[in-house]
Design a protein around this ligand. Structure first.
Ligand code: MG
Length: 388
């Protein structure tokens, strides 16, 4: 029986992870949960699963829901540092990190420091602190199993392969809702247009990132760190049907791919039961029924976020931490209707230009680079809004 802590349990990946665990009783047991401020939902999950401890990372929410957790006999940890306490309190077999944003970096490091297997859905922690995360995992010998569908696909393709046999990684991208939208029309797309994503069901932040292709940019950086390949050896190809979840090109010319109906419960379950497989609630793929699978080049001019992420990765140091922090600010300004859709890459690009890099080998340096980037992004957003 594996004991699992689910961080970010009330979000899209978190709720699906809880469902996956409930379908495999006797193999998976959720023993701890965390959320940012959804106290009532977290308490409902905690009671249903019989967990011992939980954490609300928003201090105000933690205070107002304290009584609720006391009533059901669950120990409640509070605030961002409460997550680290929660991780240190029990001998979990797996920590599943499905938090949103670079707030996930500290708990990622806390789990890895203790040698706990990390099922990683929080790509921002690898983007913001890639080298730190990988070196922490190496030092303790902890395994990182990606939950992101693309990286899970690559992880599955590479099982049993020698890393030196890999020539290139090819990430597939659905292309998002604006794959066919002209550059001119992109200026006018609304929050509603953006949140209507065709294939995967996801949270708001990642849905916006999918529409700008920043999500794919973050995934390039994630793959670069996870699989130790150069940024320029990670390609991206648009595949609107989302059936081929990613590919690996080997030095002998073979291309390995992992396919399936798009259903996040599959990569989540694979990460939690690795290296074993069990039946899942996902539908089986019928290629004949699906018909054509198509592929096309990415338009990096209409979607500059992808190029910005690759550029940040090539520049190294804290450039990717700054890119990610600036993107979080820009996405939230877009969702708050303060900037346009095309303002997102504009803000990120200007923050990267003005970024004063630090080596980025410690949590403190990464946090400081992020704070600078957030401050600069907010200033740019304020000025942009004034001119709108
Ligand atoms: Mg993905």
């Amino acid at each position: 029986m594996r004991s699992i802590a689910v961080l970010g349990s009330t979000g899209s990946i978190g709720t699906q992870a809880v469902e996956v665990a409930e379908r495999l009783p006797g193999r998976l047991r959720v023993t701890a949960l965390s959320a940012h401020q959804s106290g009532e939902m977290l308490a409902r999950q905690a009671r249903a699963l019989g967990v011992v401890r939980a954490c609300l990372t928003d201090l105000e929410a933690a205070r107002s829901f304290q009584g609720l957790f006391a009533d059901i006999g669950v120990e409640l940890h509070e605030g961002p540092h409460g997550l680290v306490e929660l991780i240190e309190a029990e001998p979990y077999d797996i920590v599943l990190n499905s938090m949103i944003g670079s707030a996930g970096l500290e708990p990622t490091c806390a789990a890895l420091e203790r040698g706990i297997t990390l099922a990683l859905a929080n790509k921002e922690s690898l983007v913001a602190g890639g080298r730190l995360v990988i070196s922490t995992a190496k030092a303790s010998g902890a395994r990182i199993i990606p939950v992101d569908s693309e990286h899970s696909a690559i992880y599955q393709c590479l099982a049993g392969e020698d890393p030196s046999s890999v020539r290139r990684i090819i990430l597939t991208a659905s292309g998002g809702p604006f794959r066919m939208t002209s550059a001119e029309d992109l200026e006018r797309v609304t929050v509603e247009d953006t949140l209507a994503h065709p294939t995967w069901s996801m949270g708001r932040k990642v849905t916006v990132d999918s529409a700008t292709l920043m999500n794919k940019g973050l995934e390039v950086l994630e793959a670069h760190h996870l699989f130790s390949v150069d940024i320029d050896s990670v390609g991206v190809i648009v595949h609107p049907q989302s059936i081929v979840h990613s590919m690996v090109e080997m030095v002998d010319g073979s291309v390995l791919a992992q396919l399936g109906e798009p259903d996040m419960r599959v990569p989540i379950q694979y990460a939690l039961t690795y290296p074993d497989r069990f039946s899942s609630p996902a539908s089986f793929l019928s290629l004949a029924e699906r018909g054509d699978l198509t592929f096309e080049e990415v338009d990096r001019v209409r979607f500059p976020c992808l190029g910005l992420a690759c550029e940040a990765g090539r520049m190294g140091a804290t450039y990717a931490s700054a890119l990610n922090a600036a993107n979080e600010e820009a996405v939230s300004a877009f969702l708050g209707r303060r900037i346009r859709f095309t303002g997102i890459p504009a803000v990120v690009g200007r923050v990267l230009e003005g970024h004063r890099p630090l080596p980025g080998d410690t949590l403190e340096e990464i946090k400081s680079a992020e704070e600078d980037a957030r401050r600069m992004a907010r200033e740019i957003i304020d000025r942009t809004e004034g001119r709108k």
